[in-house]
Design a protein around this ligand. Structure first.
Ligand code: FE2
Length: 359
């Protein structure tokens, strides 16, 4: 992805999210598929790994499922209840007899939650596992951001670390595949499975599945996805395009430090507002981890000059339908931080699964 200067302001694609226009970019021509040595090296160094066009030949098989998912997303955006949608014959056929749709439940602690639906898993007519759920959420409170996501998991959200239940984790993943059959574009893709086996040393389970629909003005702010027992995240773009800023945590800390030092030398707004942020890596790391630092959040997510710096230093990339992105998440200190932008005028469709070692 290349940053465009003002001279070319009528060219390229607008990079904007939640009311902040970051600039214009041009997606680079599709790169070649990296070989396994390059992939392994990038993975080990916590760099994002793009696998361009890997799913292109598989996507046509799932065209109907993808179109159906886009319809579900549109209906949810129009205010329809997801529990009513999933009660329709077409979805009940996918779920029955293995998953029993129960009711909407309210977690009561998540203002972004639109609807959370509980399911039981059933085997031979008997209750097999309970408290599986699908949660529909918005991604921000910005009025024009229509991004939504469907997350599949189990048990208590707030105390996830205390619940280590591989069976229900697997069943929640299967539930995602019933509601959104296009999950199989990843889980049944033999060359991708072989590649992951070679990279990780095991054939991963695809858990904590999230189906994303990034919409104009939407996407995700800078974050990491480190979770106990998970090695990283696989993201697949099935419809539409996204732009990403993705870099190892150590590189992000360096980039912030450099930006703040330059801001310290600036006398005029807007960069001068960051002059009081620390430049030392350790102090910045503490701020990054605390997740509640208004100035740092502003710098990371709403500062076009910082976005430009990251892109000019090679940390930007774009994805189109059929592309896969691997995001290594080795540990909090050694992971790939990332930020996502929608590049289209319509909402897209993508999959994001955690890579777990089979129990
Ligand atoms: Fe993420």
């Amino acid at each position: 992805m290349r940053w465009l200067t003002d001279v070319a302001r009528h060219a390229g694609v607008l990079l904007q999210r939640r009311g902040t226009v970051h600039g214009r970019v041009t997606p680079a021509a599709s790169p070649a598929m990296p070989d396994i040595a390059v992939i392994r090296d990038a993975w080990q160094r916590s760099h994002a790994v793009r696998l361009p066009g890997l799913l292109l030949s598989a996507v046509p098989e799932y065209v109907e499922a993808i179109a159906d998912a886009l319809t579900i997303m549109r209906r949810v955006r129009q205010g329809e209840s997801c529990v009513d949608i999933l009660d329709e014959a077409v979805y009940q056929q996918r779920l029955q007899p293995d998953f029993e749709l129960l009711a909407t439940v309210h977690s009561g602690h998540d203002a972004q939650e639109i609807e959370k639906i509980a399911f039981d898993a059933v085997k031979s007519g008997e209750l097999f596992a309970e408290d599986l759920w699908m949660k529909v959420s918005c991604l921000s409170f910005f009025d024009e951001d229509d991004s939504i996501r469907f997350r599949f998991s189990y048990g208590m959200e707030m105390f996830k670390n205390q619940e280590d239940d591989p069976l229900r984790e697997r069943l929640a993943a299967e539930l995602a595949g019933r509601v959104f059959p296009e999950c199989a574009v990843i889980t049944d893709h033999a060359p991708l499975l072989d590649l992951l086996q070679t990279l990780l040393g095991f054939r991963p389970e695809f858990v904590e599945r999230i189906i994303y629909s990034n919409a104009p003005q939407g996407g995700a702010q800078f974050h990491q996805d480190v979770e106990h027992g998970h090695h990283g995240v696989i993201y697949a773009q099935l419809h539409g395009r996204t732009a990403w800023l993705a870099l190892p945590r150590a590189a992000l800390l360096q980039e912030i430090g450099q930006f703040v030092r330059q801001a310290g030398a600036a006398s005029a707004a807007p960069d001068a507002r960051f002059r009081d942020l620390p430049t030392a890596t350790e102090a910045l790391a503490d701020m990054l981890e605390s997740g509640d630092q208004e100035e740092l959040e502003l710098l990371l997510n709403h500062t076009p000059a910082f976005t430009r710096q990251l892109i000019e230093h090679g940390w930007g990339l774009t994805l189109q339908a059929g592309d896969v992105l691997l995001l290594p998440q080795h540990s909090t200190a050694d992971c790939c931080w990332h930020s996502v932008f929608c590049l289209d005028e319509e909402p897209g469709h993508s999959l994001s699964f955690a890579l777990a070692e089979p129990s």
